[in-house]
Design a binder for this molecule. Structure first.
Ligand SMILES: CC(C)(COP(=O)(O)OP(=O)(O)OC[C@H]1O[C@@H](n2cnc3c(N)ncnc32)[C@H](O)[C@@H]1OP(=O)(O)O)[C@@H](O)C(=O)NCCC(=O)NCCS
Length: 295
């Protein structure tokens, strides 16, 4: 394929190419060689048009009217974006990936971001090598866990409830203590709730001691799965089954939201959290390597 025939565009400008972009992003088998979505709530599911609408941008490489490459840019934090792809087809794949990557880097720099991340199915050596050739280095592995919400018996909700505004300062404090690197609580939890998050808390003797953030897929997306983004217990109350009680309350409440399952990702070295999820009925689906790259 002659590289000078390749042009770059954005899916917003060529919406009729959505199906072709999705078909490139759908390649591979989950848990072996699939392209890991940079949208946590969509990880390990068949990519949909609604997923692409949630991306900050979707770059396309065109060979005349054929889509031969796609790189979706997913929001992650104020300083980082996550790449979903690049997915490339046919000959000159590495060169097309580089064209997309160079353009995506330029866009991220212009947007004021500081670095990039990408996730790669642990067993997908070809995609890992492609990302490494584009300047990424492996950071840590994370495990994808999932649990069915169907047929769930009404759980013990004692002490667990959805947070209201007056709970936000305590909930923010617990989440910030549990996740010092996360910007979930900035600027505030009201904004996150407007983005589709539900915040949960557990109180003991009137004191809030644990909190969590669960993402709903949103009204315009298929109702495939809820996503447990954050769960934390005050240091003083850890290892007393507080996390397990909060999670039981979350599962019972989420089951009412017409979502068949709930998923989450957890770093492979977080033994306490992995034990909690296994003890709460979650199963390990597959593993991804988190890679990071400077801009
Ligand atoms: C992960 C976290 C929420 C667990 O909460 P917790 O209240 O301490 O957990 P629980 O007491 O309910 O324990 C649940 C299970 O995990 C086990 N467990 C708890 N802490 C553990 C540890 N440090 N190492 C190994 N197992 C641990 C418990 O023994 C229990 O297993 P069991 O039911 O077989 O007895 C808590 O450690 C925390 O807030 N960590 C910081 C934030 C974080 O990492 N969140 C998860 C990110 S994905």
């Amino acid at each position: 394929m002659a590289l000078d025939r390749i042009s770059l565009t954005d899916l917003d400008q060529r919406p009729e190419m959505t199906a072709a972009a999705l078909s490139l992003l759908s390649a591979g088998r989950f848990g072996v060689s699939h392209l890991v979505s940079g949208l946590p709530v969509a990880m390990g599911l068949n990519p949909s048009a609604a997923d692409l609408r949630q991306c900050a941008g979707v770059l396309l490489a065109l060979d005349r009217i054929d889509v031969v490459g796609v790189l979706a840019i997913c929001p992650y934090s104020d300083t980082q974006v996550t790449w979903w792809g690049p997915a490339v087809a046919g000959g000159s794949a590495a060169s097309i990936a580089r064209l997309l990557a160079d353009e995506a880097r330029r866009a991220a720099r212009d947007g004021g971001y500081a670095s990039l991340r990408a996730l790669c199915d642990l067993r997908d050596r070809a995609h890992r090598q492609l990302l490494q050739s584009l300047g990424f280095a492996a950071w840590k592995d994370c495990l994808l866990f999932e649990r069915s919400l169907t047929g769930l018996a009404a759980g013990d909700l004692s002490g667990v409830r959805i947070a209201v505004r007056s709970d936000h300062p305590a909930v923010s404090q617990i989440l910030a203590e549990g996740f010092p690197d996360s910007d979930h609580c900035t600027p505030n939890l009201v904004q996150r709730e407007n983005e589709g998050y539900r915040h949960y808390l557990l109180s003991v003797d009137g004191e809030i001691v644990a909190a969590a953030a669960v993402q709903d897929p949103g009204p315009d997306a298929p109702r495939r799965r809820a996503w447990l983004k954050l769960i934390a217990v005050r240091k003083t109350h850890r290892n007393q089954h507080v996390g397990k009680r909060l999670l039981a309350g979350i599962l019972a409440t989420e089951a009412r939201h017409r979502l068949p399952s709930i998923g989450l990702e957890v770093l492979a070295d977080n033994a306490a959290a992995i034990r909690l999820y296994r003890a709460s009925g979650f199963s390990h689906r597959w593993t991804a390597t988190v890679l990071i790259a400077p801009l």
